[in-house]
Design a protein around this ligand. Structure first.
Ligand code: SIN
Ligand code: CO
Length: 379
């Protein structure tokens, strides 16, 4: 992507300027970010997605009983009538299921793939919304159909209403308000309070959401992965000489149940030695960040055929670093020409037949395995 060219999507800013001035700092309202916006997915098709087991959906209503939240899947009959006011259907991960929506999301790939999460679509009947709240991640709110009034504010007081199944701010103090028309877009940094309400009829909003792992669960996930990888290494190392605990200076004890401090120090060192290798942590991170969402499974495909190009399945997550490729939760070491080829695949999400013409047998066999796994398709 040309990161220094002005982009309509960002109101004439280049991606570089946007990142410097707005990203994680302040909101940006862009009128006609997507000119003549025609929603790539029709309302009926969105409702069909909400009926599927492998799609996460939620129904939010606001009425006499206050806020209510139900989790999908929803058959069409389980949704309120279109004439009924003030309900919202949220459908998560639409980019994984719909090519047009997936293609739209590609415009945001000036951001790291490791940070882009998914595209959620909210359908709201007139007056519908999910209430004033804040999110812990950045979001681009693209109006796809109908009109929505967004009220936003920096909001110091982040206390939430008690006994409500949603996160709703107790004392929302909006500072600004705008009505977004189809094609308009609002970027909000994390923790910026917002409240969007459909006005003048129903509406659809696309939320391009970012993911920002919290340190503690990320750390826990990486430790579990490292432990598993370490256990596999040890299986392979059975029979090899290992450094056992030795204690030639251990004195005789009157309290034999007391844990020897030298054994504690030995254990600490054994754990830290496993973590001191930064490559081990990098690898665990790459595998974690490319792990498909729990609802995703791939159908087996055909092996790679000669003279075709390949494209990543839209659900495939692929990243790389200086030494590795990461794809759908697995890591591979790569260097030289093979690494350059695979990095191109990760960045462009496709390779032309001419890219494959000069590929090594190892690279072709890996690509063929991925085709058979359904991660990649010949085209
Ligand atoms: C919505 O589109 O209704 C909710 C999106 C959000 O507030 O992040
Ligand atoms: Co939000």
């Amino acid at each position: 992507m040309e990161i220094d060219q002005p982009l309509r999507l960002l109101g004439g800013l280049s991606a570089q300027q946007f990142m410097r001035r707005h990203w994680q700092k302040k909101p940006l309202l862009v009128r006609q970010a997507v000119p003549e916006m025609v929603p790539p997915i029709a309302r009926g098709d969105l409702f069909d997605l909400a009926a599927r087991e492998d799609v996460e959906s939620r129904l939010i209503r606001h009425g006499a009983k206050g806020w209510t939240l139900r989790h999908g899947p929803f058959s069409r009959r389980a949704l309120p009538s279109l004439r009924q006011a003030a309900w919202t259907l949220l459908v998560q991960g639409v980019d994984l299921h719909h090519q047009g929506v997936h293609a739209l999301m590609q415009q945001f790939r000036f951001l790291p793939d490791a940070r882009l999460d998914d595209l959620m679509i909210s359908y709201a009947s007139d007056g519908g919304g999910v209430g004033p709240h804040f999110d812990s991640y950045d979001v681009f709110l693209l109006q796809a159909h109908g009109r929505r009034r967004w009220s936003i504010g920096r909001q110091r007081d982040l206390s939430l209403q008690p006994n409500v199944p949603l996160k709703i701010l107790s004392r929302f103090e909006p500072e600004d308000s705008f009505v977004l028309e189809p094609g308009d877009m609002l970027y909000l940094p994390p923790r910026y309070a917002h409240d969007g309400v459909a006005v003048g009829g129903d509406c659809m909003t696309y939320s391009i959401g970012l993911r920002s792992p919290a340190a503690e669960p990320l750390g826990a996930d990486l430790l579990a992965r490292i432990a598993e990888a370490r256990a596999d290494e040890l299986q392979d190392a059975v029979g090899q000489a290992m450094a056992h605990y030795r204690d030639p200076s251990q004195p005789a004890l009157q309290n034999p149940a007391e844990m020897p401090p030298a054994l504690q120090a030995f254990a600490r060192e054994a754990v830290l030695a496993a973590l001191r290798d930064s490559e081990v942590i990098d690898r665990a991170l790459g595998e974690s960040m490319t792990e498909p969402k729990p609802t995703v499974w791939f159908d087996a495909g055909e092996p790679l055929s000669a003279s075709s190009g390949v494209a990543l399945d839209r659900r495939t997550r692929m990243l790389y670093d200086a030494r590795h490729l990461y794809i759908n939760g697995e890591s591979f070491r790569a260097s030289g020409r093979d690494a350059r080829l695979m990095r191109r695949l990760a960045d462009q999400r496709m390779l032309e037949p001419r890219d494959l013409a000069g590929a090594s047998d190892d690279a072709l066999s890996l690509l063929s395995d991925w085709c058979e796994a359904g991660w990649l398709h010949a085209q």
